[in-house]
Every structure is written in structure tokens, then in C-alpha cells.
Design a protein around this ligand. Structure first.
Ligand code: SF4
Ligand code: SF4
Length: 165
């Protein structure tokens, strides 16, 4: 009977596979902060959780954190970035011998709902969405409102329109 690399006869997922292999490539992710929107796709796809999101709503801080000790340089994060702003670059000579140090590789403020104030997305994502969804001079979508306040605002607008007619 053939066993896989985990010693089990069951098939393993791509994520499990990428978690256990140690690649020869010794690159680490580098983010172009001007282009990153903080969408977090790279953290979702990273099989080893070397990339994670840290969101502190009280301080309005949104960060992408990187733990070199957990990274196997598989390059999945580079492929999953929709903005092409993440690249594997050569690893710096090992300063952190334990490999447990966590580095901030992207940081932004959090935009809040202008009606109720709940935290929404990183500001850079709002900026990016505005450039993509603006059709004429007017946006078709309220980026600064949470889903619930967007519905309430739309409802208020409709009532005002009806009163006018
Ligand atoms: S290369 Fe990227 S996806 Fe792969 S383990 Fe390192 S941080 Fe995660
Ligand atoms: S590096 Fe790319 S995938 Fe990761 S948060 Fe930034 S834009 Fe998204």
C-alpha cells in the first residue's frame, strides 16, 4: 500500500502538502505598501499562517504580520495577490535565531461607518474601490457606510423622494 508523505494512505490537500514541505527557496514576502489594499487574500492562502492579520479597532490599526520562522517560502502568497504587490525577496541574514519574531509588513488605518462608527475596511481598500467603482462623477456605492446603515440611508432617501412627489 502506498503511503503519502505524512505516513497516511489518505490523500492530502494542497494546503497540507505546502505546510509540511521545506522548499530550498529562501525568499520572504515583501509588500509594496503603495499598492497593497490590505485585502488579506495572501493571509487566507498562506498554508503555514506565516502571514496573519492584526486588527485593533480601538486604535484604528490594521496590520499584516509576518513570522519568518513559519514561512516555507512556497510562494503561494505571491500568486494569490490580486494587486501584484507582494513578491518573494531574498531573506536577510538570520537576525532572529528563534524564528519567532513577528514583523509588520503592511499597516494602515481602519475606515469607519460614517453613521454608526463601526470599523469597516483598511483605508487603502476604500481608496482602491472608489477608483474602480466610480462610473461618472458620482459613486454608485457608499463606501463609508456599513451594510445596515446603507439600507437605512437608502430607505430615508426613498421616503424623502416620495414626500417630494
Ligand atoms: S511564502 Fe508566503 S504563502 Fe508561503 S509560507 Fe511564506 S508567507 Fe506563507
Ligand atoms: S499583499 Fe496583496 S493579497 Fe496581501 S493584502 Fe496586500 S493586496 Fe491583498
Amino acid at each position: 500500500m502506498k503511503l503519502n508523505m505524512l505516513g497516511s494512505k489518505d490523500r492530502i490537500s494542497r494546503r497540507e502538502f505546502l505546510k509540511v514541505i521545506r522548499l530550498k527557496n529562501n525568499g520572504i514576502p515583501f509588500i509594496d505598501k503603495e499598492k497593497c489594499t490590505g485585502c488579506g487574500l495572501c493571509t487566507i492562502d498562506c498554508p503555514t499562517k506565516a502571514l496573519i492579520i492584526n486588527q485593533n479597532s480601538e486604535k484604528d490599526i490594521y496590520q499584516l504580520l509576518f513570522r519568518q520562522g513559519s514561512c516555507n517560502a512556497c510562494g503561494v502568497c505571491q500568486k494569490s495577490c490580486p494587486e501584484n504587490c507582494l513578491q518573494l525577496v531574498e531573506k536577510e541574514p538570520e537576525k532572529d535565531k528563534t524564528g519567532k519574531e513577528t514583523k509588520v509588513i503592511f499597516e494602515d488605518n481602519i475606515s469607519r461607518c460614517m453613521e454608526c462608527g463601526i470599523p469597516l475596511f483598511p483605508r487603502s481598500m476604500v481608496k482602491k474601490m472608489k477608483t474602480k467603482i466610480f462610473i461618472t462623477n458620482e459613486s454608485t456605492w457608499s463606501f463609508n457606510l456599513c451594510p445596515s446603515c446603507r439600507i437605512k440611508t437608502q430607505f430615508r432617501k426613498e421616503i424623502v423622494e416620495r414626500i417630494k412627489t
